[in-house]
Design a protein around this ligand. Structure first.
Ligand SMILES: Cc1cc2nc3c(=O)[nH]c(=O)nc-3n(C[C@H](O)[C@H](O)[C@H](O)COP(=O)(O)OP(=O)(O)OC[C@H]3O[C@@H](n4cnc5c(N)ncnc54)[C@H](O)[C@@H]3O)c2cc1C
Length: 220
């Protein structure tokens, strides 16, 4: 049995400083760093915690992170999925021109939640005391890239206790689907979580439990 639909621990030093920050209307892409393949992409809501990241879109993503180990997966967050690079650049340019003599941290207030600004500024490597009218076009383009590809490095899953479902369990090949009786052991019936089936949130796991439970009960 392994945890699935589970929050993940992350290895980035700034994780703790974002604790409690919820991001809505973001897109995430999960990459397998061994194969460089995209294993998951979706839009939704996520949450930063003291250990890493959680929330609906992260829980769904976790079920696609197979053979988990430290460094295997990177979650790339698009903080502004509704804006193309060009539109986001134009938006930042407008905010910068309205705040020409301010520092970058004070010019991003309309674009980003306040908790996120220090982290973005640090990762952008733009000096904190630099006035926005001194920021070059290249620096601004790097900032746009960062906002569209904000990376979180996955270390591990949280424990089974924190998981919404377990993946793994009794193989469906060893269960008669007409009765839920074991094909290996007479008079033994299975239902719900103990079976090697799991799905996204949205009622599917409860439906699996109810349907297999009713069938096993009637068969007994
Ligand atoms: C926080 C959370 C949110 C969830 N949200 C959703 C959702 O939105 N949609 C969805 O589809 N699914 C959701 N799930 C998953 C869903 O709840 C489970 O897949 C489903 O309840 C599994 O049903 P089950 O009967 O197989 O197991 P369980 O519901 O775990 O029932 C097992 C029961 O056995 C009892 N038990 C254990 N050991 C013994 C023992 N030795 N003797 C006697 N009794 C024992 C336990 O106390 C428990 O009551 C969620 C799960 C969690 C934890």
């Amino acid at each position: 049995m392994k945890p699935s639909l589970v929050p993940v621990n992350t290895s980035d030093s700034w994780t703790g400083s974002l604790q409690g920050l919820a991001l809505k209307n973001i897109a995430i892409t999960v990459r397998d760093n061994d194969t460089y393949n995209e294993v998951f992409h979706d839009f939704g809501e996520m949450l930063f915690t003291h250990f890493g990241v959680s929330g609906p879109v992260i829980l769904s993503a976790s079920s696609h992170m197979k053979n988990m180990r430290d460094g295997k997966y990177t979650i790339e967050i698009d903080l502004k999925p509704g804006l193309t690079d060009e539109k986001l650049d134009a938006r930042i340019l407008r905010d910068f021109s309205e705040n020409a003599n301010k520092s970058i941290a004070n010019a991003l207030g309309k674009l980003l939640p306040s908790k996120l600004i220090p982290v973005i500024v640090r990762l952008s490597e733009i000096p904190t005391d630099m006035k926005v009218n001194q920021i070059t076009k290249d620096m601004r383009h790097d900032l746009v890239y960062l906002l569209k590809h904000f990376e979180v490095n996955v270390e591990s899953f949280r424990s089974l206790d924190e998981a919404i479902v377990t993946s793994g369990g009794v193989s469906v090949k060893e269960i008669n689907p007409k009765t839920m009786q074991s094909t290996l052991c007479e008079n033994l019936y299975f239902s719900g979580e103990v079976i090697d089936v799991d799905a996204y949130t949205g009622g599917f796991n409860l439906q699996i439990a109810f349907s297999t439970g009713v069938l096993a009960g009637k068969s007994v």
